[in-house]
Design a protein around this ligand. Structure first.
Ligand SMILES: [Zn+2]
Length: 272
């Protein structure tokens, strides 16, 4: 039995959930190097757009499972109309438009490595400090395709990053963008020391609701990521949430504990 969360599991759970909740609108933003569809979904009828992204790194597919758990519970509340943490689900549905791309790197999941099928670390492949990161890459001894941390030949050289960037450019602005990784129980904000309006206030609220620490990543992780690009490109807040603790890949048996720890933050992220 596979103890990790696969692309097939994601697709079948999404199909099931969309059958139960026809208000979920499904689409495909593009395809991976190996031709796997990259699903995206949308729910809610409001004007305030939010974006949640999982599994940039193949060993972190527990983040896709986490987003599916959140989506499933959220849909349950839309149906039952039961309040959650004092939040009225009807208010969420009427004022928010929630987008999710639960698994950006299905090939990495299948191949059991952080990078995509071309050996590119997708979360270093965005156009934000790409040249600066190339210097760090050299210092790390990375000169070409690798299981992790190789940024690729050029920003957005990969079909997965091309797909998500096109999607974001077409639909922006998102009030907030949240991208989920493992591990460390930390929250990163801003880009290269710059924080857009409201960025710190919301980061502190996310930290308070989750018990995670709001901090900055180590230098090698601070360039070329989706959060960095979004902040740089749109001057709006974006966050990297480093879920759980331990060693990657975190086993799926840790999903419940991680979800319970983040549940309050996830629901509040809808109204911040
Ligand atoms: Zn990661």
């Amino acid at each position: 039995m596979n103890i990790y969360y696969s692309h097939e599991t994601l697709l079948s759970e999404l199909t099931e959930l969309a059958k139960k909740h026809p208000e979920i609108k499904m689409t495909t933003v593009g395809h991976s190097v190996m031709g796997k569809p990259l699903p995206a979904l949308k729910i809610g009828e409001g004007n305030v757009k939010l974006l949640y992204v999982g599994t940039h790194h193949g060993l972190e597919s527990i983040t896709s499972a986490l987003l599916m758990k959140f989506l499933s519970e959220l849909c349950g509340h839309f149906k039952s109309r039961n309040m959650i943490y004092g939040i009225d689900p009807r208010y969420i549905y009427e004022t928010r438009c929630i987008y999710m791309i639960p698994m950006l790197n299905p090939d990495g999941v299948e191949l059991g490595r952080q990078a995509n099928a071309n050996g590119v670390d997708l979360n270093h492949n965005y156009d934000a400090g790409f040249e600066e990161y190339k210097k760090i890459e050299k210092e790390l001894g990375i000169t070409g395709p690798a299981p992790t941390r190789y940024s690729g030949e050029a920003p957005e050289s990969e079909p997965e990053t091309q797909a998500i960037c096109a999607f974001i450019r077409a639909l922006a602005p998102f009030k907030y963008m949240f991208t989920f990784h493992t591990q460390g129980e930390e929250i990163y904000s801003g880009y290269n020391g710059y924080e857009p309006k409201n960025s710190i206030r919301v980061a502190k609220a996310l930290a308070r609701y989750s018990g995670y620490i709001h901090t900055q990543p180590e230098e090698a992780a601070s360039y070329g990521g989706l959060k960095d690009w979004y902040v740089k490109e749109f001057d709006l807040p974006a966050y990297t949430i480093e879920c759980g603790k331990g060693e990657n890949p975190l086993p799926i048996s840790e999903l419940s504990g991680i979800y319970i720890g983040l549940r309050k933050m996830l629901f509040h992220s809808l109204i911040l």
